[in-house]
Write a protein that binds this ligand. Structure first.
Ligand SMILES: *C/C=C(C)/C=C/C=C(C)/C=C/C1=C(C)CCCC1(C)C
Length: 251
């Protein structure tokens, strides 16, 4: 089968469970995008941008999953480049979700800048550790974790958390707590996957006959579904609850 055929038709082997998650990832990201776009019509105007961003995040992921699925089927190796291009676009969009949610409470661009700065450190260091200097992936993993810590600090102790607590919108205050829980607990799946890279601290867990398959990709695929679709649903819930409260006030 030539490359073109494999990319379009797929050649998924019965036991290729990681391949399965590339397919389900692709399809569920696409379905979630349609959901957020259609539901955008059911919230008040000021929430429409937030739902559009949720849809963009899952749509960008869907397109990358289409490519990643192809790389996986064709080569049986990790589609690291597409993975990081996807994250470079979608993680800053998640930072923008925080900014949009907190803007009515007074969020400034400085807050968004700090979140995006943390993201850039996290993703650049992670890419170097995975693709450019894998022999030093422990060190680059630690540097990457500092970037993640900058984000966690901002949303748990920094200005973002203070704004959320002071918001007079109950849907925002409550929903924000769930959003940041995703960024702490849901995002933790990524570094755990990274630690299973050869030479890293958890690589021993996956030795054996996993020759042509990567548990790192399994972790990333599961994490993406949780953190892109789940996170989008939290934003959706905030928008729906706030819309309900606003219409109750008007009536
Ligand atoms: C939609 C994609 C998302 C939410 C991607 C998030 C990625 C991370 C939180 C990655 C974090 C990493 C570390 C904290 C250390 C090891 C290297 C990374 C890049 C896997």
């Amino acid at each position: 089968m030539n490359t073109f055929n494999i990319l379009l038709n797929g050649n998924l082997a019965a036991g290729d469970y990681i391949g399965f998650t590339f397919f389900t990832g692709y399809m569920s990201m696409l379905a979630a995008s349609i959901f957020f776009i259609v539901e955008r019509g059911t919230v008040t105007d000021k929430w429409k941008t937030s739902l559009l961003i949720s849809a963009l995040i899952t749509f960008i992921a869907a397109v990358h999953y289409f490519y990643m699925r192809g790389v996986w089927l064709e080569t049986g190796t990790s589609p690291t480049q597409f993975r990081y291009i996807d994250w470079t676009l979608t993680v800053p969009l998640m930072c923008i979700e925080y900014f949009l949610i907190l803007k009515p409470a007074g969020a400034k661009v400085g807050m968004l800048t700090r979140l995006i700065f943390g993201s850039v450190v996290m993703l650049v260091a992670g890419y170097i550790g995975e693709a450019i200097s894998p022999a030093n992936n422990v060190m680059w993993g630690i540097i990457s974790t500092i970037g993640w810590a900058i984000i966690i600090y901002e949303i748990y102790m920094g200005e973002a958390s203070k704004l959320a607590a002071s918001s007079n919108n109950a849907a925002v205050t409550e929903g924000y707590k769930v959003m940041r829980w995703f960024t702490l607990v849901g995002w933790a799946i990524y570094p755990i996957g990274y630690c299973m890279l050869p030479g890293n601290i958890l690589s021993g867990l996956v030795s054996g006959d996993m020759t042509n398959s990567s548990p790192v990709d399994l972790a990333y695929n599961i994490a993406d579904a949780i953190n892109k679709i789940g996170f989008g649903l939290v934003v959706y819930t905030i928008a729906k609850n706030a819309t309900a409260a606003e219409t109750a006030k008007v009536a």
